[in-house]
Design a protein around this ligand. Sequence first.
Ligand SMILES: Nc1ncnc2c1ncn2[C@@H]1O[C@H](COP(=O)(O)OP(=O)(O)OP(=O)(O)O)[C@@H](O)[C@H]1O
Ligand SMILES: [Mg+2]
Length: 551
Amino acid sequence: MKRRSGIRIMGGLLKLLAPLLHVMLLCITLGTLGYLCAIFINILAAHLLLGVTGESPWRLSFGGAAAVMILIAVARAGLRYAEQTCGHYIAFKLLAVIRDRVFGALRRLAPARLEGKGRGDLIAVITGDIELLEVFYAHTIAPVCIAIIVSLIMTLLIGSFHPLLGVLAAGCYVLVGVAVPLITAKMGRAYGMEARAKLGGLNNVFLESLRGIREVLQFGQGQKKEEEIREKTEKLNEVQGGIRRHEGAASAWSGALVMLLPLVMLGLVIRLQVGFSAAVMTTVMLAASFGPALALANLSAAMDSTLAAGERVLSLLEEEPETPDVVNGEKPDFAGAEVKNLSFSYDEEEVLHDLSAVFRPGEIVAVTGRSGSGKSTLLKLLMRFWRAPENTVKLSGLDVGRIDTLHLRTLESYMTQDTDLFNVSIRDNIRIGKQDATDEEVEEAARKASIHDFILTLPRGYDTKTGELGETLSGGERQRIGLARAFLHGAPLLLLDEPTSNLDSLNEGVILKALREEAQASGRTVVLVSHRASTLGVANRAYAIESGRLS
Ligand SMILES: Nc1ncnc2c1ncn2[C@@H]1O[C@H](COP(=O)(O)OP(=O)(O)OP(=O)(O)O)[C@@H](O)[C@H]1O
Ligand SMILES: [Mg+2]
């Protein structure tokens, strides 16, 4: 992952804010007015005291001043509430937008770019990181703007007593609101990145252990996994402890500065001999106006994690898919497929070497080869999940890269080695193959896939939710549901990756018969990856991939 600077991360996050700019401006205005109210209460109090000694130019009665102060205090509370409401409104609106875009990005990147990513990492982005950005949108942008505006106004006000006092005030705000936060954020940023990475790693181990719980138990790996998780948790705790210590030190530093700086101001006013009343007023003004700058200092601690989260979310949004969707591409009817002199490698090592094969309409073509020889890779290239060199993979005589993606999906059905089921009814699980299929069509497809009779034995037949069955569906049953999907999809090219590997010969026989009928009756082309001699028997021709080559 490329690292970018904090400013660039914020720039990237701010771009997403554009549609809600007007709410943000309102939020900043409300916040600025709120802080000015808080400062003005102190100024009023100082005047009241100076009035007692006859030093204030304002003639204030105690009762009048108290009433105004109460009014301002109430206004301050109201303004603060309204500012917070605006901030959260923006944050949650934007989080919804970002979630949507992250999901869009995952869809774009799938499946090729997601193959190398741990699911734990992705879950950390989708849940934790996006949530953390709330801090940026609700509690960062507005405070920064408010701090700048309020500090500017106060610099001018204090400067009106003497320009040097104004310069000193500006210096104080920059020190508390910019220098300290920047230094502490820089020191703490690595912690933030590390904590997120460690959390992702921990999630990965958890998910892995849950998914592979059978293997863990079978091979007595329970204790080892437990230790691994404990070790990772301890490391995460260490990093998080570092963040907390860092936060503590940062707020101690800024707290001390806020105490000391008014003393410096007092020293300067005494030197400049601006008079008693001006001395009191400027010192009170400075002491009372650190609120917005201090908010930035406190924010810097949270910024570490927020920037790290922003970096990960933006990287995901900006990642280029392996095969971008082709819109407005060619939309040919299916007239056979072909690979020609196809060589392909995921990384450095070549998986397929100079492969050539044709798949004519109505043919069942078997592809065999030892495990790891590249059979699934060949199917993925035909699906255009990965990018093959130009003109090496063709459909209807056209390079797959030129065919409209949505159209390509209607031309091809792909069934992988494992079928994923969603927690909806069996009927809807099969219907994924064709959204508008009638119940009759769904049942017809289930019959061809030899799963209809089994479904009828379920408590609520086709309406049984897969969640109600827990993990009880057998590998073969899942596989047949996957096949029913592929049959229902009705694409002219069926790419089947070991479709009958988990089935007994009876069910396999039914399916192979259905495949033969599909090929003969509706002219479907079937590419069948399999090792089994029984499956190969149904094929018109067979290719064997030997060390990346066809024979
Ligand atoms: N996303 C990927 N990135 C890098 N290498 C990969 C990727 N997917 C597969 N490979 C590698 O490519 C080679 C071919 O894999 P492929 O899945 O096509 O084999 P296969 O013939 O289908 O094997 P099997 O019969 O076990 O399913 C293997 O060495 C595999 O490790
Ligand atoms: Mg395979």
